[in-house]
Design a protein. Structure first.
Lengths: 130, 253
């Protein structure tokens, strides 16, 4: 049943949001502390647990996959309802932040690739990486 | 005639939004393939078109919700609102196998966290350099430099203004497009020619569409390795942005 998967997804989001909201109150900040991330964690755990297999396999899984595939269309709708007119003054800031983040991240690739080389051959053997 | 159209469109606003977004995406993918030979992913063009339309909507209506302020397109506001957005983001975590993380190895996992934190610091530093000192604003821009989705999720969670949230989407979009175009150009210089470095690359960049398109233009064989780590990036970003990273920024200002 497709609704089982959709219900699981909804339950994960609601639980994550409740915890995020609760954390905000406990920590005394007016924020939902990591709610979406916590919800994703729940869904990953559910997918990787046999106990939830009736909610994640077959038709139930398609219920979640549908919403996963709707991610980009929803992001496009999100972009279309932004307050761009008010933000246009900060355009240079947005471009600078994006460019700088990419430049620094590119530069880190060689360094981090080196860190792993000692570790990885062994991991490759036991896991048989594709 | 106009009244009839308006009645039907307004009454079925969410359904209209699905159709409009569908056509937009179809056109964007067409443009991506014809004009850029797939070098820029259709999704990035579609998001850019969305931002452009939002700008027009804001100027034309004087409202602050982009095209959603046009009565005929009010469903866009529902479809792209916080609730649907969070629902769809969480759904993208479906099918992520924890065993994949093990395959990515230590370097892969480190690269995910390093990628989120470094992009955040760079974005936040740029915001400070531009004279922003409000911790909510600095955090939102930093989160936008992580991805165009971590930005609005973080911004909304900590109560940022809609202008700042928009800037964070724009910063993330710039990042995504730059990764698409820049990856094949810099691949040689950063040693991006094997699965190991592709996984590190995916973890550091994180923008899934950027990583997929960038690696495809470099060497299609590397795409699954980069995607493996990039999948976890947005989740880590949504977890760290409106929590630890916000608290650190909040403590500094």
């Amino acid at each position: 049943m497709i609704i089982y998967g959709v219900a699981l997804l909804s339950a994960c989001l609601v639980a994550g949001m409740l915890i995020g909201e609760g954390l905000g109150i406990i920590l005394g900040v007016e924020a939902n502390v990591g709610g979406v991330g916590i919800a994703m964690l729940f869904l990953v755990l559910a997918c990787n647990s046999d106990r939830f297999s009736t909610l994640t396999e077959g038709a139930a899984g398609s219920g979640v996959k549908f919403w996963s595939a709707m991610y980009i269309p929803i992001v496009v709708a999100m972009a279309a309802q932004q307050n761009v007119a008010a933000a246009i003054d900060g355009g240079v800031l947005a471009i600078t932040a994006g460019v700088a983040a990419v430049a620094v991240s590119f530069a880190l690739v060689p360094a981090l690739s080196k860190i792993g080389t000692g570790q990885d051959p062994a991991a490759d053997k036991e896991e048989g990486a594709p | 005639m106009m009244e009839l159209l308006e009645t039907v469109f307004v009454r079925n606003n969410l359904v209209v939004a699905f159709a409009v977004v569908g056509v937009t995406i179809w056109l964007s993918y067409l443009l991506a393939n014809k004009l850029t030979a797939g070098r820029i992913h259709g999704s990035a063009i579609a998001i850019a078109v969305g931002l452009l339309a939002a700008w027009y909507g804001g100027v034309a209506t004087g409202g602050n919700r982009g095209v959603a302020d046009f009565a005929l397109l009010s469903g866009i506001g529902l479809m792209g609102g916080g609730m649907m957005r969070d629902f769809a983001i969480v759904a993208t975590a479906f099918g992520a196998q924890l065993s994949e993380l093990k395959k990515a190895g230590l370097a892969g996992v480190i690269s995910i966290f390093a990628g989120v934190i470094v992009s955040f610091i760079v974005g936040a530093a740029v915001a400070v350099a531009f004279g922003y000192t409000d911790p909510t604003e600095v955090t939102t821009i930093g989160a936008g430099a992580v991805t165009y989705i971590v930005g609005p999720v973080t911004g909304e969670a900590i109560g940022a203004s809609d202008a700042m949230i928009t800037l964070s989407v724009a910063a993330g979009l710039v990042k995504s497009i730059l990764v698409m175009i820049g990856t094949p150009l810099v691949a040689r210089f950063i040693g991006l020619n094997n699965p190991q470095s592709a996984m590190v690359f995916g973890g550091l960049m994180g923008t899934t569409s950027g990583v997929a398109a960038g690696l495809a233009a470099t060497d299609p064989k590397l795409v699954p390795y980069g995607a493996m780590t990039a999948t976890f990036y947005t989740g880590v970003g949504c977890l760290l942005g409106p929590s630890i990273l916000f608290f650190i920024v909040d403590g500094m200002f």
